[in-house]
Ligand binder design. Structure first.
Ligand code: NAD
Ligand code: MG
Length: 390
């Protein structure tokens, strides 16, 4: 029996994870569930999964849950998240909080030597060097849940070894292209949050949906791939593949290309990571290639989607630059979702923040959090200047 802590239980990845877990009640039990907003969703989850702990954001939420008859131990805030992530009684931690808020608890799980299933790509983008060093140091097992990285993981013979030793020339991340793949640049100025979150292939939380629309999601994934597979930025190629059937590819020096294919459903990569190196049912049917229709591939448009290049720049700059990129993006996306800035302003805010906020080495959590903090303040100031000028 494996005990699972689910950070971000009420989100899109959280719900898909619970779906997979509930298909294998003899192998997995829920140890802790956490949520930040929409706490009411925790009430039926607690009744169904009977966790030892739940973690919420505020004392008020904890009180509210107790009044609903939730009778497990209730913890609050980041300390509570770190406590359940590192608890000796948990074997597996699913890191499915969105954004920088997931960094501390995910690191706590790594430092407790857990098996960590990583969906929260922002945490790795912010603190890649620290993260990977701590995985080694504390003997943790880090398994990618992001569908592209899970695909690469499946296509690599020894995912922990250097690409050179494995005979790999290039990693190819596929991207659906998002809802604005064919939208002319001039029309992008007026797109709304509602249009941006309507993803053609995947059903996801609002932040990652906007990231998919700007292609910053692929930029963050490029950085994620560099850390997970010890690749340099120029070893990672991006290919638009609107059908989302091939989830990514590895190209070897002998001319072979290995691709991982499947229906676009996150329960597959979640099940792969959960049971690795075994294979379990996920509830996702096998692919029917006869029903897929033609598979298309094209190069991304770096002019219409400047976020891709900003991510490449940040990875090349190194140090805290990816943390600054991520923080500016989180601020800009939140503002866009609130109708406080336009879609085309998102890359402008990120690019100016990257240019103006001083980077440093990223060898401690303090340095990363300090860069994150300064980038957020700067991006917020830019937003208020934009509002004044409107
Ligand atoms: P979501 O918005 O649906 O869910 C986010 C979860 O995190 C919720 O449970 C929420 O309560 C919690 N949360 C939000 N802010 C928090 C905070 N400040 N402190 C603690 N908890 C907080 O997001 P999602 O789509 O499930 O994505 C989760 C992560 O997985 C993101 O990093 C995303 O990039 C990554 N991911 C998602 C998908 C997908 O298909 N949804 C695919 C690949 C990677
Ligand atoms: Mg992905």
């Amino acid at each position: 029996m494996q005990y699972v802590t689910l950070l971000g239980a009420t989100g899109s990845i959280g719900r898909s994870t619970l779906d997979v877990l509930s298909q294998h009640p003899d192998h997995y039990r829920v140890f802790a569930l956490t949520a930040h907003q929409r706490i009411e969703a925790l009430v039926p989850l607690c009744a169904q999964y009977r966790p030892v702990f739940v973690v919420v954001a505020t004392d008020y939420q904890a009180e509210w849950l107790r009044n609903q008859g939730v009778d497990c131990s209730i913890l609050v805030g980041s300390d509570g998240l770190c406590q359940v992530a590192g608890d000796a009684r948990t074997d597996v931690v699913m890191a499915a909080i969105v954004g920088a808020a997931g960094l501390a608890p995910t690191l706590a799980a790594i430092r407790a030597g857990k098996k960590v299933l990583l969906a929260n790509k922002e945490a790795l983008v912010m603190a890649g060097a620290l993260f990977m060093a701590d995985v080694q140091r504390y003997g943790a097992t880090l398994l990618p849940v992001d569908s592209e990285h899970n695909a690469l993981f499946q296509c690599l013979p020894q995912p922990g070894d250097s690409l050179d030793v494995q005979g790999v020339e290039r990693l190819v991340l596929t991207a659906s292209g998002g809802p604005f793949r064919l939208t002319p640049h001039a029309d992008l100025a007026n797109v709304t949050p509602e249009q941006a979150v309507r993803h053609p292939r995947w059903s996801m939380g609002p932040k990652i949906s906007v990231d998919s629309a700007t292609l910053m999601n692929k930029g963050l994934e490029l950085i994620e791939a560099c850390w997970l597979f010890r690749a340099t930025e120029d070893q990672v190629e991006i290919c638009i593949h609107p059908q989302s059937i091939i989830h990514s590819m590895v190209q070897y020096r002998d001319g072979s290309t290995l691709a991982q294919m499947g229906c676009p459903d996150m329960r597959t990569p979640i099940a792969v990571a959960l049971a690795w190196p075994e294979r379990i049912r996920s509830g996702v049917p096998s692919l029917d290639l006869l029903q897929c229709g033609p598979l298309e591939f094209s190069a991304p448009d770096y002019e219409r989607f400047p976020c891709l290049d900003l991510a490449r720049q940040a990875m090349r700059a190194g140090g805290t630059a990816p943390a600054i990129l991520n923080a500016a993006n989180e601020i800009a996306v939140a503002a866009f979702l609130q109708n406080e800035t336009s879609f085309l302003q998102i890359p402008v805010i990120i690019s100016q923040t990257l240019a103006q906020v001083a980077g440093s080495s990223a060898d401690s959590l303090e340095a990363v959090l300090d860069a994150d903090d300064r980038a957020r303040s700067y991006a917020l100031r830019l937003l208020s200047v934009c509002r004044v000028n409107h």
